[in-house]
Design a protein around this ligand. Structure first.
Ligand code: ATP
Ligand code: MN
Length: 464
């Protein structure tokens, strides 16, 4: 009985001699004068295709096999043979080729190769069939798996924090409102819309971060991490921002900011080394076709220690750099991506962890330093992408936290449950957020974050 196996399996030399069933999509068909055809078949199990040889003697050779074009789906039964061809260990001599579905040459959009990424975004439902999007999908899977393994091995518990939230948390960004009210007929009260008539009896939003909820579990169970979608309604049309993106957020009790930095560095290194080890074919593709430096950059990151530099030191470096930046460099203002990239690409030429930012540009929950001017924030910057991780040691002192909330016009009563963590058995703790798509940008060298997530949500775009 022939065995149903993946093309990844069939391409291994050990499979030679096996009778197999392969199922996938035709990438190309070439007809040879000698009376047979070559089909290049792909099923997504790996980057490479397998070559199938279909002889003219097959009963449906003229009626079907010679009509197969890019995008058609087939089931091939045959024997795996050692391939005389270069760059492939095996090929399959077909005993039968059954067609599941043809793809019309006239209308199938991926008939030709070399479409632009912009065009492929308009056919997000078909782009998984291209080399690039197959490679992105496999590397994305590898990264997510690696993240889970890393935290499990480090003793962190995977926590599901809510997607719908009432805490308009930390001003991390503009929020999407969630409502069951009829927007055509909003119930009005004295001060505008009467949210007591809405589903949750109050205004609710899509979460921008699971941090505050993760803190509640960390302050009781120690080490937690959330990994889920987050949403930001800011209108930032950049190649690094999405309205819906995936974030990993560890939160750990008894971690200070330096433990937090070490965790971030170990996590990134683990992800990079897993990808290099587990997706070599996909990485070779990115290195050849997308960015000739990606593999060298990842290896360099793996070999170097991340530099830890205070915000104040970084400002001095930027001021003395002699660069003409578009945005001014002044103590107290946030770093722009041009500044981040200068530091990590030109000055240090390695990943940099900036910490101790001015209190005025960071959220209330970050721990106030003794200088009263800075907070225990830390951002990890990597070449080409800039900020990839943002985190901090959290303020564990009740009175300081309440003071910082008032300073930022937040009402402590609204956060009573968050303050309870400081009221009862408060503990130093820290955490960070890592944007999965930002990591993937840095790994693959892809230029636009819209090509890193299957169905990008950006201003004006949610069709697929
Ligand atoms: P940025 O300054 O780049 O807009 P941020 O400081 O608002 O990001 P944080 O709130 O610190 O971001 O979020 C933590 C991490 O989530 C960031 O380091 C980044 O990796 C990722 N991230 C933030 N916003 C986005 C976005 N709109 N799209 C994709 N990833 C994002
Ligand atoms: Mn940030």
């Amino acid at each position: 009985m022939p065995e149903k196996i993946s093309i990844a399996e069939a391409r291994k030399a050990e499979s030679v001699g096996k009778n197999v069933i392969l199922q996938g999509w035709v990438r190309t068909r070439r007809d040879s004068k000698g009376g047979f055809s070559f089909l290049e078949l792909n099923d997504g199990s790996c980057f490479g295709n397998i070559q199938v040889i279909a002889e003219a003697a097959l009963p449906n050779y003229e009626s079907e096999i010679k009509k197969l074009t890019a995008g058609s789906s087939v089931r091939v039964e045959g024997e795996v043979k050692a391939s005389p061809g270069k760059g492939q260990a095996t090929e399959v001599q077909a005993k039968s080729v059954a067609v599941y579905g043809f793809a019309d040459v006239e209308t199938y959009p991926l008939q030709k190769k070399g479409h632009s990424f912009e065009f492929l975004r308009t056919i997000a439902h078909l782009r998984p069939r291209t080399n690039t999007f197959g490679a992105v999908a496999r590397v994305r899977n590898c990264v997510c798996n690696s993240i889970h393994q890393f935290f499990q091995e480090e003793g962190f518990l995977y926590l599901h924090t809510p997607i719908i939230t009432a805490s308009d948390c930390e001003g991390a960004g503009a929020m999407f409102q969630v409502t069951a009210l009829n927007l055509e007929k909003l119930p009005r009260g004295e001060n505008g819309v009467d949210y007591h008539l809405d589903f949750f009896d109050r205004p609710t939003y899509l979460t921008v971060s699971g941090q505050l909820e993760a803190e509640t579990y960390a302050c009781g169970l120690g080490r937690m991490y959330t990994f889920g979608p987050t949403f930001r309604a800011e209108n930032s049309n950049t190649p690094r921002h999405l309205a819906e993106f995936w974030m990993v957020e560890p939160e750990a009790a008894f971690f200070d900011i330096f433990d937090d930095m070490d965790l971030a560095e170990r996590l990134l290194k683990r992800i990079f080394s897993d990808v290099l080890q587990q997706c070599p074919e996909d990485m070779d593709f990115f290195n050849q076709r997308i960015d000739k430096t990606v593999i060298a950059t990842l290896r360099h990151v793996l070999d170097s220690e991340f530099r830890r530099v205070t915000y104040t030191e970084a400002m001095e470096i930027l001021q003395q750099s002699g660069e003409s930046f578009e945005f001014p460099v002044a103590w107290g203002s946030d770093l722009q991506s041009e500044h981040e990239r200068y530091l990590t690409e030109k000055h240090f030429r390695q990943p940099v962890i900036l910490y101790d930012y001015p209190r005025t540009i960071k959220p209330f929950y970050m721990r106030l330093n003794d200088d009263q001017k800075t907070v225990r924030a830390m951002d990890v910057l990597v070449p080409k992408v800039g900020e990839i991780i943002g985190g901090s040691q959290r303020e564990e002192r009740l009175d300081v936290l309440e003071m910082r909330m008032r300073e930022q016009d937040l009402k402590p009563e609204d956060y009573w449950w968050y303050l309870d963590l400081r009221r009862y058995g408060t503990a130093p703790h820290s955490g960070f957020g890592l944007g999965v798509e930002r990591v993937l940008l840095s790994i693959t060298g892809m230029a636009n974050i819209r090509d890193i997530i299957p169905f990008p949500r950006t201003p004006g775009n949610a069709e697929f």
